[in-house]
Ligand binder design. Structure first.
Ligand SMILES: [Zn+2]
Length: 286
């Protein structure tokens, strides 16, 4: 089998995660790199941070595919005096391309939330917030988040434990809001920051798994009788997508007679690197 160009990799990934599905504020697609360059190996990671670039250098890959964009706001300089400029300079000087599939991968079917749901054993998936309904031509419904069913009813505590076991460990851990004995079967999930969809989850599910849930929104949701909440690390919730995207690339290239080596980054790039609990009090006499 031959090796594809970066351009051919882009066309396969664009088919799996159509750029037209991206939010209008988003910036998806190639960030840097020569589209005519031969691509023998690709590293998949959630965040385009320096630690991931170092991982790419060590693994000697030609391309990094990330979920999060490197740039979303206007950029006037990529001088290596800034963190992002240094990333661009390092990538270009080593001939490594960067490509990102962000909200297009969130909205595609299968996409980020399908990968998360599958990892948690949630099946029979439908969009939590549909943007395009399924057609009779076999096109899958797209949208944000997914709702599906567990194979059996669990308590919230049992399900939260299975979430913690299924996802890569982080210092953030798995936080739960709700009575641990609540029975749960219908599960809503949303990879990434999903507190904008709390009302949708409240209508659709027994429990909602997402990231970056904020104090007031979570409190108000619960006070209104909303479903139980499971707050997972943003990185951990989107990490299952990496394997899905790597598989889509290999399958798409394979049908064209080419192949690449794929590596899924195991590096937790969550910003939270420690969790500090109060030290047990010493010398207590009571
Ligand atoms: Zn995200």
């Amino acid at each position: 089998m031959s090796q594809p160009t970066f351009r051919e990799v882009v066309s396969v990934l664009d088919l799996a995660y159509p750029p037209a599905l991206a939010a209008d504020w988003d910036a998806v697609g190639p960030v840097c790199g020569d589209l005519d360059a031969t691509t023998c190996s690709v590293l998949f990671a959630v965040d385009p941070v320096m630690e991931v670039v170092d991982e790419a250098l060590l693994a000697q890959v030609d391309l990094i595919v990330t979920h999060h964009p490197l740039f979303l706001a206007g950029v006037h300089s990529v001088a290596a005096t800034t963190a992002k400029g240094k990333i661009v300079q390092t990538l270009i000087s080593h001939g490594i391309g960067l490509f990102c599939a962000h909200t297009n991968a969130d909205h595609a079917n299968p996409g980020v939330s399908d990968a998360l749901a599958a990892k948690l054993g949630v099946a029979d998936l439908r969009p939590l917030v549909p943007t395009l309904v399924a057609t009779t031509f076999g096109e899958p419904a797209t949208g944000t988040g997914r709702v599906g069913e567990l194979p059996e009813t669990l308590t919230l505590e049992q399900f939260a434990e299975s979430v913690a076991a299924a996802l890569p460990a982080t210092k953030h851990g798995v936080r739960v809001a709700g009575d641990l004995q609540t029975p749960v079967r219908t599960v809503a999930v949303c990879g990434g920051a999903g507190d904008g969809f709390l009302a949708d989850a409240a209508l659709a599910a027994d429990v909602y798994v997402t990231s970056d849930l904020r104090h007031h929104r979570a409190l108000e949701h619960l006070a209104e009788g909303g479903c139980a909440l499971i707050d997972i690390a943003h990185w951990a919730g989107e990490w299952p997508w990496l394997e899905q995207a790597a598989g889509a690339l290999v399958a798409g290239l394979g049908s064209q007679g080419s192949s690449v080596r794929t590596i899924v980054s195991q590096l937790p790039t969550d910003p939270w690197t420690a969790r500090v609990l109060p030290a047990p009090s010493q010398g207590s006499t009571s």
